[in-house]
Unconditional design. Structure first.
Length: 137
């Protein structure tokens, strides 16, 4: 059986067009906020719960825009693959780290902010978002 971690992840965008990345306590890699989906939980509900726990952020699951599924090697669990249900949400309030989050950073999504990024963020989510920016609406 493949060792897969199912998560709901957020592409949070602020008014300046920056995206929020988080780093968990005791780890090196910055990644999208979000977390594991509990049994019987809908991905959007898991996302809202995790964002509230990790960032004291209230996100209405109805307002999170589903972007698709992305899989990559897990940053903090060697040998595991993380399978993310990705949602985009606009954020216009202050967020602060809580629970296991040690550090948060708003970065310009066209770069890496000089940060060590998790594979999912570096290889899939940021390039996906950049390509969406490059496409005229």
């Amino acid at each position: 059986m493949p060792m897969t971690i199912r998560i709901a992840a957020a592409l949070l965008i602020n008014g300046a067009g920056q995206t929020l990345l988080v780093r968990k306590r005791g780890t090196q890699a910055f990644m999208q906020p979000g977390g594991k989906i509990d049994a019987g939980e809908q991905p959007a509900q898991a996302l809202a719960r995790e964002l509230h726990e990790e960032l004291n952020l209230q996100v209405d699951p109805e307002h999170a825009v589903y972007l698709g599924q992305f899989s990559a090697p897990a940053a903090n669990e060697p040998g595991f693959t993380v399978h993310a249900e990705l949602f985009k949400a606009q954020v216009d309030v202050q967020v602060s780290p809580a629970a296991e989050i040690e550090e948060i950073r708003w970065i310009d999504p066209t770069g890496d902010g000089g940060l060590h990024l998790a594979p999912l963020t570096r290889d899939l989510i940021l390039p996906f978002y950049r390509s969406s920016l490059a496409t005229p609406a």
